[in-house]
Write a protein that binds this ligand. Structure first.
Ligand code: SF4
Ligand code: SF4
Length: 470
């Protein structure tokens, strides 16, 4: 990644370092399309009267952004060797915490603050999507519809970028197709259709503790009009949905993690992971690899998990005692506090807004209670591991650099040791960027993963006492 100065004939030294590449005319043309669409969208937000409710405006602006982005990515990646591009990444203002990264971070963070606390301010943007929202959900568009639409668009566009960048790697192609499918189908279109049919949406890919309200006792589940108490529009789907949430949280999580590790959810299904693996990919090298960050991560993510478990128990006890424990509004207050600090502030504002400053998995690494549970199963009770062929390692450090979870993969590779870390989301990028084929993601037999795996419960108890082996 160093820049080289060379003497060409008698001319003054030419800079032929990684930052030398400038966009081609075609790339500039595609960028202009993205710029035009973005200007239209900004106008819609700040001067809604410009477009009013013109039916052509939304398809035009989002079409320009989508075609321009895909075209730009295709012209940039299409003719190059597939795989990781180290060129200039630490000279880029956006990819290495420069002024552009700060500007992007502030812009995304501001968007989230407005979305969560002043959603009506986005009316100019979401009213343009009204015809589409009416067709899909049977209701007018609101700021959440706009958010879901933009989120899905980003996953699809940057998923296309992953296809181009890792077109040589089957695992990356299938995994990317999977997160695109789950985001578009199960996190955007299906909830919209359910809302139209049953006047109630539902997200099959989220369950307790990531979506705790599906299993909490108050109105959403067992109150008047709740999922257990009442059928929706004559369809007996409420109970099925509660059962689905419980089966996924208590059954699928341990069973699927036993077979595949936490990657089945974090890198293949989850919407937060989907955004991180697509839109967040350009920032994955920014994750903190220090020992200090690893220590903080363990306290922080398990702290959130303990909080959500206590919180769930408390709300059920409160309900069982006729809401005497917390008072009649106590459940509501607790729920709103959790939603404000954990769901909104942590997962949205910090989790996505800080991509350009702290990497793409801030929420998954430090805060997600679902990742905490999956991580405990993966570490102690799973067949998944990344095996390392230490003799082949040339210590280039690509794997550590591009691990979005801040794992120092190289240090394991140098020792020829299995990687069974709780935080590993199984994205497989470390293996994809290794020039020597040292790393392999495997679901082998349970034995031989880590010292003491013959007695996983003892290893788990040791870890709780602060004596983890890895
Ligand atoms: S160790 Fe490899 S597979 Fe695991 S999170 Fe890091 S880059 Fe992804
Ligand atoms: S495992 Fe591969 S990518 Fe990592 S340091 Fe060794 S050779 Fe480089």
């Amino acid at each position: 990644m160093s820049t080289t100065l060379v003497q060409i004939g008698g001319a003054r030294p030419a800079r032929v370092g990684p930052e030398a590449r400038t966009p081609t005319a075609l790339e500039k043309a595609f960028l202009a399309l993205v710029g035009a669409g973005s200007v239209m969208f900004t106008l819609a937000l700040f001067a809604p009267k410009v477009f009013g409710s013109a039916s052509w405006a939304a398809p035009t602006m989002f079409g320009l952004i989508a075609v321009g982005s895909i075209g730009y990515l295709w012209s940039g990646y299409g003719h190059t060797t597939p795989g990781i591009k180290n060129h200039g990444i630490f000279h880029s203002s956006l990819a290495n915490r420069g002024a552009l990264a700060w500007l992007a971070g502030i812009a995304v963070t501001t968007f989230y603050v407005v979305l969560y606390w002043h959603g009506e301010a986005l009316e100019g943007g979401y009213q343009l999507l009204d015809p589409f929202a009416q067709k899909l959900t049977g209701s007018p568009a609101d700021h959440w519809f706009l958010y879901g639409f933009l989120y899905t668009l980003l996953v699809l566009i940057f998923g296309g970028r992953m296809f181009l960048k890792y077109r040589h790697n089957r695992y990356q192609l299938i995994r990317t197709a999977s997160v695109m499918f789950f985001q578009l189908g199960l996190a955007f279109l299906l909830p919209g259709v359910l809302k139209k049919i049953w006047a109630q949406d539902f997200y099959f890919t989220y369950f307790w503790p990531l979506k705790p309200d599906y299993l909490l006792p108050f109105d959403y589940v067992i109150g008047e009009g709740g999922m257990i108490a009442k059928e929706w529009s004559g369809h007996a789907v409420g109970r099925f949905m509660v059962i689905w949430s419980a089966v996924m949280a208590l059954g699928a999580v341990p069973v699927l993690t036993w077979f595949f590790g936490k990657r089945w959810y974090c890198s293949w299904v989850c919407g937060c992971g989907g955004l991180a693996e697509t839109f967040g990919d350009p920032f994955r090298q920014l994750s903190d690899k220090s020992e200090k960050a690893w220590k903080f991560e363990r306290w922080s993510i398990h702290g959130v998990l303990v909080f959500i478990v206590l919180f769930t128990v408390l709300l059920w006890v409160n309900d069982a005692t006729g809401r005497k424990l917390l008072g009649s509004d106590g459940s509501e207050l607790f729920w709103k506090t959790y939603g404000l600090f954990i769901v909104m502030a942590f997962s949205g504002v910090v989790g996505v807004g800080f991509y350009p400053l702290m990497g793409s998995r801030v929420w998954c690494r430090y805060g997600c209670p679902q990742a905490a549970i999956l991580g405990i199963f993966q570490r102690f009770f799973s067949r998944f591991r990344i095996t390392t062929n230490g003799g082949q390692c040339i210590s280039c450090g690509n794997c550590s650099t591009y691990c979005e979870m801040g794992i120092d993969v190289r240090s394991y590779a140098q020792r020829g040791e299995n990687i069974v870390r709780a935080s590993c989301v199984g994205c497989g990028v470390c293996a994809a960027v290794c020039p020597r084929g040292v790393l392999k993601l495997e679901n082998g037999t349970f034995g031989g993963r880590y010292d003491g795996d013959g007695k996983p419960w003892s290893a788990f108890k040791d870890a709780l006492r602060g004596r983890p082996k890895a």
